[in-house]
Design a protein around this ligand. Structure first.
Ligand code: NOJ
Length: 550
């Protein structure tokens, strides 16, 4: 693996509280996760992204911290966390953590102090207005669940700003003391051994909020400062940011206008996520071809993080209304499956009708597109959602390990579980679980293991350049390639249902001894590239040539 390890990483994200419970209290914990590291190593992931680990009243699944220098006591101790880092490192797995510093919980001692008096040393750590700001009802992130971004606090006798829920007051990044504190928090965790941070809500961190101005100025230099700071403390640490903004704004998050890549290393590709969902819904790769063509050029070291599912809703807000409706029609036909007027609160397997061919196709596609793939826990076994749970909790149910009670997640009484396990229907743990799939070489889990191993043998996917192969292909087929110092990979994905043949003879002169390294079935020897067969919903990853010997 090259120096920029994150370019060739396979990231796996999980909530500690729903992953594995070691002490039977119904809540997943760090020791439980340590016990599952061998599973993760076997799966082939190289980096864990842990959702918020800090103490929290948990009104937004931990994205509301009360202490940035500790772990939630429900998960264990800092000692357990250090042990996790050690054990992960032993298995070649890096750990990054969610850094949620746009806001705190309103129960955080800083906010409690700030609201108590205008003279509090923490008063200026938050964003206040003495009068009701004119933009009070603008800029909400959770429409339907949030109706204002400025709320009046009776104790403080002032209005405070909160981009997210009311119980998440925004920190004031215009205050140098806040900036210094954020750097201290990062230093603390780097010193403990984390490999970097998934930075929450980055477009809002750099906002210099002015009451009444819904378009407050942004200070991108703060990102440059954070990057420098992190790099001095740990040279190979990575910043992976959530910045769900218009595509033309993305380059500024990677680096300044000089193109130096001096800010965020990796950004989640929300645009691609929407396009992937659209392509799958339409069974037509056109939106992906546009995506490959329109991708902004990244500075050296800049990288995309691709995903099909994360812990939130599938955000379709960057699609047109017509496109969004097409995705809804296929994947979120019931009102109950949708959320915030923009997204879908379901997992991938149920959205694809639990059709194994389509699930494989979707993940083969995601993992072959440019960038570093991010996989959400449970997707590797095809878990489903529980729509009876509120909001995004539908896709945050406990990991399904086995046939044992509570899916082997916990030995607690079911009513004590942090969230109920899915125990009914096609996605119940009796049917979908790790133990069952481990024993079956044809399982989805076995497929994921194979696919991830194959990806790791093809570093050009993460580190090289990815382009659409512009040759005539049958409807529904995407042909793309990845070129890097190690050679060239060619990919065919058939989003349509018909069996087809693809003419790739223009690539013949570049081909060494082309071979399928991953495919939906055994297609036999590849031979000439003039008539490459592809079944409906089939895919073929072809190694065209290798410029470095094994
Ligand atoms: C983005 C996180 O992904 C989401 O889960 C959370 O609710 C908000 N940021 C607020 O922290």
């Amino acid at each position: 693996m090259g120096d920029r390890w994150y370019s060739e990483a396979v990231v796996y994200c999980l909530d500690i509280d729903t992953y594995a419970d070691s002490d039977g209290d119904g809540v997943g914990d760090i020791r439980g996760l340590i016990g599952r590291l061998d599973y993760l190593a076997r799966l082939g992931v190289t980096c864990l992204w842990l959702h918020p680990i800090h103490p929290s009243p948990n009104r937004d699944d931990g994205y509301d911290a009360t202490d940035f220098y500790n772990v939630d006591p429900r998960f264990g101790t800092l000692g357990d966390f250090a042990e996790l880092l050690h054990q992960a490192q032993n298995r070649g797995i890096r750990v990054i953590i969610d850094l949620v510093v746009n806001h705190t919980s309103d129960e955080h001692p800083w906010f409690q102090s700030a609201r108590s008096s205008p003279d509090s040393p923490y008063r200026d750590w938050f964003v206040w207005s003495d009068t009701e700001p004119a933009d009070r009802h603008q800029g909400m992130v959770f429409p339907g669940e949030q109706d204002e971004t400025w709320s009046y606090d009776r104790t403080a006798k002032a209005w405070f700003y909160h981009r997210f829920y009311k119980f998440q007051p925004d920190l004031n990044f215009a205050n140098p003391k806040v900036r210094a504190e954020i750097k201290k928090i990062m230093s603390f965790w780097l010193q403990l051994g984390v490999a970097g941070f998934r930075m929450d809500a980055v477009p809002f961190i750099i906002e210099l909020t002015e009451p009444g101005n819904p378009n407050s100025p942004k200070d991108f230099e703060f990102l440059t400062e954070l990057r420098q700071h992190v790099q001095w403390r740990r040279g190979d640490a990575v910043l992976l940011a959530e910045a769900n903004v218009e595509p033309d704004q993305l380059p500024t998050f990677f680096g300044d206008a000089g193109g130096s890549g001096n800010r965020i290393h990796m950004l989640f590709d929300f645009m691609l996520n929407g396009r992937l969902m659209l392509a799958l819904a339409r069974q037509d790769p056109e939106s992906l071809i546009e995506g490959l063509r329109d991708t902004p050029k990244l500075p050296v070291g800049g990288q995309w993080a691709t995903f099909l599912r994360n812990h939130d809703e599938i955000d379709l807000s960057r699609l047109t209304t017509e496109q969004r409706n097409q995705v809804y029609a296929q994947f979120g036909p019931d009102e109950d499956m949708r959320i915030y007027d923009r997204g879908i609160r379901r997992r991938l397997a149920p959205m694809l009708g639990n059709d194994r061919r389509r699930v494989e196709l979707a993940y083969a596609l995601q993992f072959s597109l440019r960038g570093t793939p991010v996989l959400r826990y449970g997707e590797e076994i095809g878990m489903g959602e529980d729509l009876s749970l509120p909001g995004r909790e539908a896709i945050r149910t406990p990991m399904q390990w086995s046939y044992q009670p509570n899916a082997g997640f916990s030995t607690a009484d079911p009513e004590k579980l942090v969230r109920p396990v899915i125990d009914k229907g096609d996605f119940g743990y009796q049917t979908v679980n790790v133990t069952a799939q481990r024993g079956d070489p044809k399982s989805l889990l076995a497929w994921f293991e194979r696919m991830i191993r194959t990806l790791r043998e093809a570093p050009e996917i993460g580190s090289g350049s990815t382009t659409h192969i512009d040759v005539p292909v049958p409807a529904g087929v995407l042909a793309h390639r990845a070129d890097g110092p190690t050679g060239t990979m060619v990919f065919l994905h058939n989003l349509g249902t018909d069996d087809v043949e693809v003419d790739l003879s223009t690539l013949e002169k570049e081909a060494d001894l082309p071979i399928d390294v991953l495919a939906d079935r055994g297609y036999g020897e590849l031979g000439k590239l003039g008539a490459v067969k592809l079944t409906g919903h089939g895919y073929r990853w072809i190694r065209l040539c290798r410029s470095q010997p094994f």
